[in-house]
Ligand binder design. Structure first.
Ligand SMILES: Cc1ncc(COP(=O)(O)O)c(C=O)c1O
Length: 493
């Protein structure tokens, strides 16, 4: 965390947007504005009985007192300024449709149609939306896979360098860091290289809003010079769902274009409770992030050690292991490998929910991912690891020979994804006959959740064989239109 002047520290005790909404709510104003529930009066009684009525007084619309997200001049402007000071960036913009919308905005703000962007294939689905909407050419990077840990990593410095050498015309580089598993890329080295070559660096830091506030955690993208970076404040900090932040810290991108794009993509009826929670989450993490995350890290370390020392058939990867492979790890993410139990991550996720009342964020064939946040406690981790210990003793399946693998995905892009998306010149061909055609759809097998077919790329034999194999094993393929994947949509011209 960067040092900020003491006068600015004092300002961080304020929460201007929350204070404004609270004062407004307490005045009991007669509402002739949207929304129609009128300070909660017509909200369903079942909901009101459970959560109370006061919360609905925060659900207001745009008027002078509470400010406008699209043209802020009052408390929203002040709250955004406090956010940017807390993170040490030039500008921070509040988002009410999560990092999904921020990722799209990063593409539209930094690139023109026809530019090319280097991007790893294992990116969130909003990246494809950004690519289509902005009309850029993606230059794909093959995600690295570790078959011992059954993990997919983010982009390496060497991969970015190779892509920049091969495609010097690229306008920007897009990196996802941390990944869902908390694996952090060597961003400093990547960003320095990109800036030496005049390239814009965009970082999806959906899972990293806390990194800036505790030195025990890996470095945040904004501390090592990312031009644009989006964080899901709601994922690890205490903002309400959909509350994210777009950070701007660039000499290469125009802030006015960023503001225009972010405004263009957002609703004109933002949820003010979400906005106020961004203001409060910033204050909380600025004032207490160090101690709160000291506590969370300590609990996570305890849980990790307990799993590795006491649970026979499960294993939780360590920071040292991940560093040994050239990345870093946010230790607050507990990724538990369950392959030796003979059960899939999905099966254990289901047992945890049904028998132990524990809900995870994510599981795949190989792993469980327990995401900890600012509200997590040692007691929570204890409940989790005791449940794993119990499952480890109680349940065993037949050992499977599942191997985490994907085909070569640094494919030839024949058309821009946007041109295919807007075209009607498509037809369906059988999977077996798709080799050589230009794809007109996205196909993503789960696991591992990486798109194997992307609109505009030439379909290779290796990709077809992989899809046929996946389909024969009853792996769900997002994008398939029949129960089993039989046909692929391709471009006809
Ligand atoms: C890496 C990554 N990027 C972006 C997103 C989208 O974030 P949000 O849910 O805030 O829209 C997610 C969601 O899980 C994610 O894992």
């Amino acid at each position: 965390m960067r040092k900020i002047p003491s006068s600015n520290v004092i300002k961080q005790f304020k929460a201007p947007l929350f204070d404004t909404l609270l004062a407004h709510a307490k005045r009991g104003v007669t509402s002739f504005h949207c929304p129609g529930h009128k300070n909660g009066k017509s909200i369903d009684e079942n909901l009101k009985n459970y959560i109370g009525e006061e919360v609905f007084k925060f659900d207001v619309t745009v008027f002078d007192e509470v400010d406008s997200l699209h043209d802020p001049v009052g408390p929203i402007k002040k709250a955004q300024e406090l956010m940017s000071e807390a993170y040490g960036v030039k500008h921070s913009l509040f988002l009410v449709n999560g990092t999904s919308v921020g990722n799209i905005a990063m593409f539209l703000a930094s690139c023109d149609s026809g530019d090319s962007v280097i991007v790893s294939r294992n990116s969130h689905k909003s990246i494809m939306a950004g690519i289509v909407m902005s009309g850029v050419w993606p230059i794909w990077i093959q995600p690295k896979i570790d078959q011992n840990l059954d993990l997919i990593f983010s982009t390496t410095y060497e991969q970015i360098k190779e892509a920049l050498d091969k495609y010097p015309e690229a306008k920007a580089v897009f990196v996802t860091s941390p990944t869902y598993n908390g694996v952090v890329a060597n961003l400093k080295k990547i960003i320095d290289l990109c800036h030496r070559r005049g390239k814009i660096v965009l970082v999806d830091e959906a899972h990293g809003a806390h990194l800036h506030f505790n030195n025990e955690l890996p470095e945040s993208a904004i501390d090592v010079g990312a031009d644009l970076c989006v964080q899901s404040t709601h994922k690890i900090l205490s903002a309400m769902s959909q509350g994210s932040v777009f950070h701007f810290n660039s000499k290469l991108v125009d802030i006015n274009r960023v503001k225009k794009v972010v405004s263009m993509l957002q609703t004109t009826s933002p949820n003010y409770l979400t906005l106020a929670s961004l203001d409060l989450a910033r204050r909380q993490v600025f004032l207490h992030g160090k101690e709160n995350f000291d506590r969370v890290i300590k609990a996570a370390r305890w849980g990790r050690t307990y799993i590795n020392n006491n649970i026979t058939f499960m294993k939780c990867c360590t920071r040292k292991e991940i560093q040994g492979i050239g990345f870093d790890l946010d230790e607050t993410k507990l990724t538990v490998n369950v392959t030796k139990t003979g059960l899939s991550g999905y099966e254990i996720e289901d047992i945890l929910a049904r028998e132990y009342n524990i809900q995870l964020d994510y599981a795949d064939l190989f792993n469980l991912v327990a995401i900890m946040g600012e509200g997590s406690t040692k007691e929570d981790v204890e409940v989790f690891v005791r449940a794993l210990e119990s499952i480890d003793k109680k349940y065993h399946g037949e050992q499977k020979n599942w191997i985490l693998k994907i085909p070569s995905l640094a494919t030839e892009m024949v058309m821009k994804p946007r041109d295919v998306f807007l075209s009607n010149s498509t037809k369906k061909v059988s999977l077996k006959k798709a080799v050589g055609h230009v794809a007109a759809q996205t196909l993503t097998p789960y696991p591992p959740g990486i798109p194997v077919v992307i609109p505009g790329e030439r379909i290779t034999k290796e990709i077809c064989d992989y899809l046929i194999d996946m389909s024969s094993k009853d792996i769900r393929i997002s994008g398939q239109e029949t129960e089993k994947l039989k046909m692929v949509k391709v471009f006809t011209n």
